[in-house]
Design a protein around this ligand. Structure first.
Ligand SMILES: Cc1ncc(COP(=O)(O)O)c(C=O)c1O
Ligand SMILES: [Zn+2]
Length: 420
């Protein structure tokens, strides 16, 4: 069901001016269904920020809804009754001092996106994109996904009463498969990666009447994800940190935050300072790190991608050029860590801080340690790590470190009240 009270204040007003291709700058009308530009570039939503600035101030957020829809004047939904919200956003920004001491970083914060509906930041993008689908009358949506985006689509489509068709790698985490089934999505497991799933959706969508909601192949998921940037700055008292570590698969969260910072500057909410954007990848799938190190503008397809951080298994991000631009402009880097390092780091963080992060988020910790040692970051820089999902979604990955003995299995079957 659409939720109406989430937009109590401020109300969305139609400040979207147009959509613009990120590659060739061609303009498209807003308020229509769109996928990519004819040139293959992703479309970005543009707003009349000069007008918004006159009527929307930071102070008004004091009474705004406690979800990402508090930023609705810079979100594309114009019909408030179309907003499909499950309470996404306004996730905690937590100091993690003990982990900071261990990693050599004295002002370390963690933005815990694992507390979103469906346990990952993907809820933000899909809340926004499914709301737009609802507003534009879309009846069937298809998604190729590494896992968490499929879970989020399945949930928001269920809430919107829209049919969801999900394509995921066969070895997707069990949580994603079960969630999608429970939310009533039509699930296809594919022998391959997200890129193979994307090919199937592209080939079948016209005949099936599906809207292809692949990340960046439509303009609205990134708008939801950009609220991670607005929210962070609001939580920090209207300043940006010195560095942001973001686990990068398709990189849309990173691109979205970068867009948010520019918008906030135009709104007069922040100055020209930007955080160093650190794109963190897994060694088994690191196309952005390779392109960054070779000083290339675009990435090359990463063959035989493997990592337990399933969300990072994106062999060729569509928005690679936007990720690289943001990382370079910000003075950041792209950096890869091994699966062993990231699982170790996830367990250490759980022990140190009581926060159980997704392997993707955990990857940021060894990356931070390395960049402090290398001197790119100072020990007293204010650093924010994005934990993009809950560790509870990755029990299969963490279970390799906590094998259960045969006796343990018997206990599980018999339970505590069974006499032995
Ligand atoms: C937990 C998690 N972290 C990070 C990512 C990568 O997201 P992005 O496309 O924004 O790079 C994903 C994508 O599936 C994910 O599920
Ligand atoms: Zn174009």
């Amino acid at each position: 069901m659409p939720v109406e009270n989430v937009t109590a204040s401020p109300k969305p007003t139609n400040h979207v001016t147009h959509l613009e291709c990120a590659l060739c700058n061609k303009k498209f009308n807003a308020g229509e269904i769109h996928n990519l530009c004819d040139c293959g570039g992703p479309l970005l939503v543009r707003y009349d920020l000069a007008s918004i600035r006159k009527t929307w101030t930071r102070d008004q957020l004091a009474t705004a809804p406690t979800s990402m829809w508090r930023y609705s004047p810079v979100l594309p939904v114009t019909d408030a009754t179309s907003i499909i919200s499950l309470g996404e956003g306004m996730t905690p920004l937590l100091p993690i001092a003990r982990a900071g001491v261990r990693l050599g970083s004295s002002k370390l914060l963690l933005k815990d996106e694992g507390l979103n509906p469906t346990g990952s930041f993907k809820a933000r993008g899909l809340s926004c994109a499914v709301s737009m689908c609802h507003q534009l009358g879309v009846k069937k949506i298809a998604i190729p996904s590494a896992g968490n985006a499929a879970s989020a689509l399945a949930a928001y489509a269920a809430a919107a009463g829209i049919e969801a068709h999900v394509f995921m790698p066969r070895d997707v985490p069990q949580s994603n498969f079960i969630e999608c089934k429970a939310y009533g999505a039509r699930v296809t497991l594919v022998d391959g990666l997200i890129s193979d799933c994307a090919k199937i959706v592209a080939a079948r969508k016209d005949a099936e009447g599906w809207f292809d909601i692949s990340t960046l192949k439509e303009p609205y998921r990134i708008e939801g994800k950009k609220t991670m940037g607005y929210e962070l700055v609001e939580q920090l008292g209207w300043r940006v940190p010195d560095a942001i570590f973001y686990p990068t698969g398709g990189g849309v969260g990173l691109i979205g935050m970068w867009k948010a910072f520019d918008e906030m500057e135009e709104l007069g909410w922040i100055g020209s300072k930007r955080p160093k954007m650190i794109a963190v990848q897994a060694e088994g799938c690191a196309p952005m790190v390779r392109a960054f190190e070779r000083n290339e503008k675009r990435s090359e397809f990463w063959q035989n991608a493997t990592t337990v951080a399933a969300g990072l298994r994106v062999p060729k991000p569509l928005g690679d050029f936007l990720i690289l631009d943001a990382v370079r402009e910000s003075g950041g880097v792209a950096i890869a860590v091994s699966d062993t390092e990231l699982i170790d780091a996830g367990i250490r963080l759980a022990e140190d801080e009581g926060i159980f992060v997704a392997p993707e988020g955990a990857a940021c910790l060894p990356a931070l340690e390395r960049l402090v040692k290398s001197g790119l970051l100072k020990a007293d820089d204010e650093v924010v790590i994005y934990n993009t999902g809950s560790g509870l979604k990755y029990l299969d990955a963490y279970a390799t470190r906590f094998p259960r003995s045969a006796a343990g299995e018997q206990d599980k079957l018999g339970g505590l009240i069974t006499p032995r």
